[in-house]
Design a protein around this ligand. Structure first.
Ligand SMILES: CC(C)(COP(=O)(O)OP(=O)(O)OC[C@H]1O[C@@H](n2cnc3c(N)ncnc32)[C@H](O)[C@@H]1OP(=O)(O)O)[C@@H](O)C(=O)NCCC(=O)NCCS
Length: 182
């Protein structure tokens, strides 16, 4: 296991998502505030969907990680389609761990992973009113390239900001459907 140190000195260990983490993930989702859950609903949390999420992480199709605070997940972050040139980034942190510099470290972790993994760019979408998300992404080098229709994990379709972090200079990812791989 590796770890992240927060601005308050707390240390959180993290590891790859693995078989057996289904319950931890659904408890994490339920523990998010309503606002955070609305902003971060990457996929459904029923058993069938979670099994697919974990299978993809274990096969290397996605790169997915959890940071642990004792027996619970404090943060869940990933690159979907990690085995392609244009992975899609997602990040969710329990509310009590917001504003402690964790988000920045998680994004940097995924950028390093994509760079060493040979990816050409990282894509993401974020809600029009997600000020914290937009600040985080802009501070870590993502650029706004427009808005797109995003299909969230509960099936809701909303207009979101589309952002890209270019690894290969000048690269713009080809158009895609903005939904989950599961
Ligand atoms: C968005 C989120 C991941 C940010 O993570 P975080 O750990 O709170 O962010 P950090 O503490 O690393 O802050 C990163 C930068 O963003 C800025 N920031 C954080 N929250 C902010 C806010 N509410 N408003 C404006 N700027 C903010 C910080 O000032 C910091 O910049 P600095 O290093 O120059 O001071 C977290 O709030 C979260 O999980 N929210 C709910 C789920 C969500 O929105 N996920 C993203 C969906 S696209």
């Amino acid at each position: 296991m590796s770890d992240f140190t927060l601005k308050n000195g707390k240390i959180l260990q993290y590891r790859k998502l693995q078989q057996g983490d289904e319950k931890l993930l659904s408890t994490f989702n339920a523990a998010l505030s309503e606002k955070s859950r609305t902003l971060f609903m990457p996929h459904g949390y029923n058993i069938e969907t979670l099994a697919k999420v974990i299978n993809r992480a274990e096969s290397g199709e996605d790169a997915a990680f959890i940071a642990l605070d004792k027996e619970r997940i404090a943060a869940y972050w990933f690159l979907w389609w990690f085995n392609t040139p244009f992975p899609v980034l997602g990040i969710g942190i329990l509310d009590e761990f917001h504003g402690l510099g964790l988000g920045k470290q998680l994004i940097q972790h995924l950028i390093n992973l994509a760079e060493t993994g040979g990816c050409e760019a990282i894509e993401l979408t974020t809600a029009l009113d997600n000020e914290a998300g937009q600040a985080l992404y802009e501070k870590t080098g993502f650029k706004r390239i427009g808005t797109v229709e995003n299909i969230s994990g509960d099936g809701k379709i909303t207009e979101e900001i589309h952002m890209v972090y270019s690894i290969k200079p000048g690269i713009i990812p080809p158009p895609r459907k903005h939904d989950s791989p599961v």
